[in-house]
Write a protein that binds this ligand. Structure first.
Ligand code: UD1
Ligand code: CA
Length: 467
C-alpha cells in the first residue's frame, strides 16, 4: 500500500452544542470526540493527520498530547463550508492518497476506513471512494445519486433535493472519503458556493470526479456516520460507544452484571466481575479476578489481582495491591498506595498515605499523609491529625503496631514497630518500638453512686414537667 494522509475537518464552534467548549472537545466515554476520529484514521493505516480547526489552542494541546508529531493542525478562517475546509487541509498533504473525514463522527470504525482506502487499489483506476449508509430516516444527510448502471454520480444535500423521488432516497453520504490527492485538489479548486447555503460543499467534488472516472460508494454500518451536532446526539453517540466498550470487555472475559459505566481508556483483567452501577473512569487498570461491587467509582487508578471493592468504594488517583479488600464506603483520595492484602472498611478515608502489606483499618478513620507498617492494626475512630492550619505533617506507624480505637495521632509523629497505643490516647510525642503509649485522664469509680445519680435526674425531669 502506498502512503496515506488523513485530513480531518473540525472547524467551527458547533453552535448547536450551546457551549464555550469547541464541539470536537466534548467527551464521550472519557475521551474528546476528535480523539476517536483521529485514532480510527491511524488504525486504518494513515501515516500523518492534518486537522482543520478554527484555531482553538485547546485542540492543538489535545492532539499533541495524545498523538504527538504525527498530527498537525491548520486554521480555516472563516469557516466557509466543508469544501473550503478540505481545500485548506489538502494543501498540507504530501502523500499520493488522502483520507478525508469529520471530527464530529466518533463512531467510525477503523476497519471501514481501511476498506474505503482499499477500494482505491481495485482494478479500474479508482480515483475516489466514499462511504455511504442506508438509513430508515435519511433526513438531514446528503443523498447518494446513482445512474441506471448503479454508478455514483452525485451527492446532493438535503436542502438542495428536488422532488419526492430524491427525498425518498435512503442511501446517504457518511462524510468520509478516500481518493488520489491530486484529483481531489484539482476538483476542490473548481467548486463554487452556488447552493442554498452559499457554502463550498465538499460533496460537489463527487459529481466533478464522476464525470471522468468511476466513484465508488461503499456501504458502511448505519451507526458509523452518527454525527454529533447537539447534546442529544452527544448522549446518543456515547451510549453506542459505551455499549461497544462493554462488548470488548465481555469478549476479554469480564463479567458485567447490568450496565456499569466504563470509559474507553479503562483496562480490566480476566474473570473480574463488575456490578451494574459501578463507574470506571480515566486511566484505570483493574486486574484479574476482582469484584467491583455496586456503586463503586474508580478513577485514574491501578487495582491489582483478586481485589474486592465492596459497595460504594471510591478510589481516585491511587493504587490498590493484590488481594486487598476495601469498603463498603471506603474513600481513597489521591496518592493513596494500598498494598497487597490490606483491609480497609466502612468510612475509612486515606489521602497521600501508604498502607503496607496486610495492615488493617476496618472502621471509621482518617488516615492522611501517613505511612502504616506491615500488619499494623488501626482501630475504629483513629484520626491522623495531619494539618495544623498551615502545613501538612506525616504520621509513621511501624510494622505490627496496634493503634487502639479513638486515638488521635498528632503529626509529625512516629509510632515504633510493635508499639501499642491504648484506646483514646492523644499521641503527641513519638512512641519507641514495643512501647505502650497510654494518655488518658485517670478514671475514678464512686461506689454505689449510680442509683443516687439516677434519682436526682428523675426528680429534675419531673419538676420540669409540672405546669
Ligand atoms: C456533511 C455532508 C453531508 C453528509 C454529512 C454526514 C457536506 C456539504 N455535507 O453535512 O453530505 O451527509 O456531512 O455527517 O459536506 N467543517 C469545517 N469547516 C467548515 C464547515 C464544516 O471544518 O467550514 C467541519 C465540521 O467541524 C464538521 C464537518 O466539517 O466536523 C462536517 O460539517 P457539518 O456542517 O456538520 O456538515 P453536515 O451538514 O453534517
Ligand atoms: Ca455534521
Amino acid at each position: 500500500m502506498s502512503r496515506l494522509t488523513a485530513v480531518i475537518l473540525a472547524a467551527g464552534l458547533g453552535t448547536r452544542m450551546k457551549s464555550a467548549l469547541p464541539k470536537v472537545l466534548h467527551p464521550i466515554a472519557g475521551r474528546p470526540l476528535l480523539h476517536y476520529a483521529v485514532r480510527a484514521a491511524f488504525e486504518a493505516g494513515v501515516e500523518r493527520a492534518v486537522v482543520v480547526t478554527s484555531g482553538h489552542p485547546q485542540i492543538d494541546e489535545l492532539l499533541s498530547r495524545e498523538f504527538g508529531e504525527r498530527v498537525s493542525t491548520v486554521t480555516q478562517d472563516p469557516p466557509r463550508g466543508t469544501g473550503d475546509a478540505a481545500r485548506v487541509g489538502i494543501e498540507r498533504v504530501q502523500t499520493e492518497r488522502v483520507l478525508i473525514l469529520c471530527g464530529d463522527t466518533p463512531l467510525v470504525r477503523a476497519e471501514e476506513l481501511a476498506r474505503l482506502v482499499s477500494v482505491l487499489e481495485q482494478p479500474g483506476a479508482q480515483e475516489l471512494s466514499l462511504m455511504t449508509c442506508a438509513l430508515d430516516n435519511p433526513h438531514g444527510y446528503g443523498r447518494i445519486l446513482r445512474d441506471s448502471a448503479g454508478r455514483v454520480t452525485e451527492v446532493r444535500e438535503q436542502r438542495d433535493l428536488n422532488g419526492a423521488e430524491q427525498h425518498a432516497l435512503r442511501e446517504v453520504n457518511a462524510g468520509m472519503y478516500a481518493g488520489k490527492t491530486e484529483v481531489l485538489r484539482r476538483a476542490l479548486a473548481q467548486i463554487e458556493p452556488n447552493n442554498s447555503q452559499g457554502e463550498y460543499y465538499l460533496t460537489d467534488v463527487i459529481a466533478l470526479v464522476a464525470r471522468s472516472s468511476q466513484v465508488t460508494g461503499m456501504l458502511g454500518h448505519a451507526d458509523s456516520l452518527l454525527g454529533v451536532n447537539d447534546r442529544a446526539q452527544l448522549a446518543e453517540a456515547e451510549e453506542i460507544m459505551l455499549r461497544r466498550i462493554r462488548l470488548r470487555h465481555a469478549k476479554n472475559g469480564v463479567t458485567m452484571r447490568g450496565v456499569p459505566r466504563i470509559d474507553d481508556s479503562v483496562e480490566i483483567g480476566e474473570d473480574s466481575v463488575i456490578e451494574g452501577t459501578a463507574v470506571l473512569r480515566g486511566r484505570t487498570r483493574i486486574g484479574k479476578r476482582c469484584t467491583i461491587d455496586a456503586g463503586c467509582v474508580v478513577e485514574d487508578s491501578t487495582v491489582g489481582d483478586g481485589v474486592l471493592l465492596k459497595p460504594y468504594t471510591v478510589v481516585s488517583s491511587s493504587s490498590v495491591g493484590d488481594g486487598a479488600q476495601l469498603g463498603p464506603f471506603t474513600h481513597l483520595r489521591p496518592q493513596s498506595d494500598i498494598e497487597a492484602e490490606v483491609h480497609l472498611g466502612n468510612f475509612v478515608e486515606t489521602k497521600n498515605t501508604r498502607v503496607r502489606r496486610g495492615a488493617k483499618a476496618n472502621h471509621l478513620a482518617y488516615l492522611g499523609d501517613g505511612d502504616i507498617g506491615e500488619r499494623a492494626n488501626v482501630g475504629a475512630g483513629t484520626i491522623f491529625c495531619n494539618y495544623d492550619g498551615f502545613n501538612k505533617h506525616k504520621t509513621v506507624i511501624g510494622a505490627d503496631a496496634f493503634i487502639g480505637s479513638d486515638s488521635q495521632l498528632v503529626a509529625p509523629i512516629t509510632i515504633g514497630r510493635g508499639a501499642y497505643v491504648a484506646s483514646g490516647t492523644t499521641v503527641v510525642t513519638d512512641v519507641p518500638d514495643d512501647a505502650l503509649a497510654l494518655g488518658r485522664i485517670k478514671q475514678e469509680n464512686k461506689l454505689g453512686y449510680a442509683p443516687k445519680l439516677k434519682a436526682r435526674f428523675a426528680a429534675i425531669k419531673a419538676a420540669a414537667k409540672k405546669p
